[in-house]
Design a protein around this ligand. Structure first.
Ligand SMILES: Cc1ncc(COP(=O)(O)O)c(C=O)c1O
Length: 395
């Protein structure tokens, strides 16, 4: 872990990166130069390899390979690129929403003028397979279903395997926002069939912000020509240009890409997806256990908590004040994350980035010291959320 004079970002990206990643960015490189073209091609290949690491490759057709297309901008730019490139203008999409990133997909589709429907499960309940089946049965116009892999606003890990089976049984296409999950949560693309999956540089691969990427099949991409509403966010054009010229269509975030190549190599040295998952799981287990020992309650029951980020309910103690808590944590070098929910007051602590079990133990000490500084006697939350949480048991 880094000798870190900076603050630890316990957030879902930008996150704490390693010294090696930061060092890799300490040089300038020409975006048209052959060295940079080589790096772009290497990155694209390594991203596909990450997907293949946890996939049953014997079931994947050689004639229809998976490919990756990087896209400049934050993760949302790549989500918008994915929706605009893969959902044809005359088609209809169904968004499975259980948090703010699902809602954002629906907002994007509205901006793009794509007909869409929405199954809203509120703040944190998982997508309901029966509701999905019913919608697909009733509405033959829906050609694409969109699901969020880890809904980072609550931290829930959505059951994408179940969703993908249903979508496939109705012969529709699946698009996955795996922004905060790809690289640490295994996906077998032979089992979970998707048309496209999106993530970004500054999540589980542990790079810095600047671009996102989409994984898709060559056959799917070839069919998407002329779908896009946008010049700069057209994944088909981006891919064609990269294939033909080896370079990005428009100015790429060169330093971010240098850092990302280093981050990918570190991802491999750590044991790839499973290595990363192990560390994040250990971080999550220490965090959840330690916070519960202090009296905190998690928003979600264990089955649904992801090793990416965990939501905790505010303590009922009237001396608890999130702003004060945030600043006290910051003074101890930890940046935590506010909640985003409507049903309950929560805050979030991320488990991803260059953080290990030693750091997580220090986080817990800092939480304990902050509570004591605020004179919060108990971190036990109000009862009001318990009934809401019980609903999770029916899924
Ligand atoms: C699941 C998910 N989708 C989309 C985004 C948006 O990414 P960005 O904030 O980089 O635009 C995030 C960001 O955390 C996310 O977690």
């Amino acid at each position: 872990m880094p000798e870190n004079l900076e603050k630890y970002l316990l957030t879902p990206g930008p996150l704490t990166t390693s010294k090696l990643t930061k060092q890799a960015m300490l040089r300038d490189i020409g975006s048209w130069d052959s060295d940079f073209k080589k790096i772009t091609s290497e990155i694209r290949e390594k991203l596909v390899n990450i997907l293949m690491q946890t996939s049953n490759i014997n079931k994947i057709k050689n004639s229809d390979p998976y490919i990756s297309i990087p896209m400049q901008g934050s993760g949302t730019f790549s989500v918008e690129a994915m929706l605009g490139t893969f959902v044809p203008k005359t088609n209809k999409a169904l968004v499975l929403s259980n948090g703010s990133y699902g809602k954002r997909c629906s907002t994007i589709l509205n901006y793009l003028g794509r007909d869409n429907d929405f199954i809203d499960m509120g703040d944190f309940l998982p997508p309901d397979p029966q509701l999905l089946e019913k919608k697909l049965e009733q509405d033959p116009h829906i050609s694409h279903v969109i699901v969020i892999h880890c809904e980072t606003s609550s931290g829930i890990l959505n059951p994408i395997k179940t969703i993908s089976k249903i979508v496939k049984s109705f012969n529709r296409s699946l698009l996955i926002d795996s922004m905060s999950a790809f690289g640490a949560i295994p996906i077998d693309c032979a089992e979970i069939e998707f048309d496209a999956l999106v993530s970004s540089a500054n999540k589980c691969i542990e790079g810095v912000p600047g671009f996102g990427f989409v994984l898709t099949k060559k056959s799917v991409l070839e069919k998407s020509k002329n779908n896009s509403h946008s010049l700069s966010l057209d994944l088909y054009d981006q891919w064609k240009y990269m294939e033909e010229k080896g370079q990005w269509r428009f100015t790429p975030p060169t330093h971010t890409i240098l850092g990302f190549l280093s981050a990918l190599n570190q991802h491999a040295s750590e044991g790839g997806v499973l290595g990363r998952l192990n560390r994040y799981e250990a971080n999550k287990n220490i965090l959840v256990e330690g916070m519960r020992d202090l009296g905190f309650e998690t928003l979600l029951s264990d089955k649904w908590i992801s090793p990416i980020i965990v939501s905790f309910l505010y303590p009922a103690d009237e001396n608890f004040n999130f702003k004060t808590f945030y600043n006290l944590m910051k003074n101890q070098n930890f940046i935590i994350y506010p909640g985003k929910l409507t049903v309950a007051d929560t805050f979030r602590i991320g488990c991803i980035g260059q953080i290990d079990n030693n750091i997580m133990r220090k986080v817990l000490k800092a939480v304990k010291a902050s509570l004591s500084e605020m004179n919060v006697k108990s971190a036990i939350p109000k009862n009001s959320i318990i009934a809401e949480r019980e609903k999770l048991n029916s899924f």
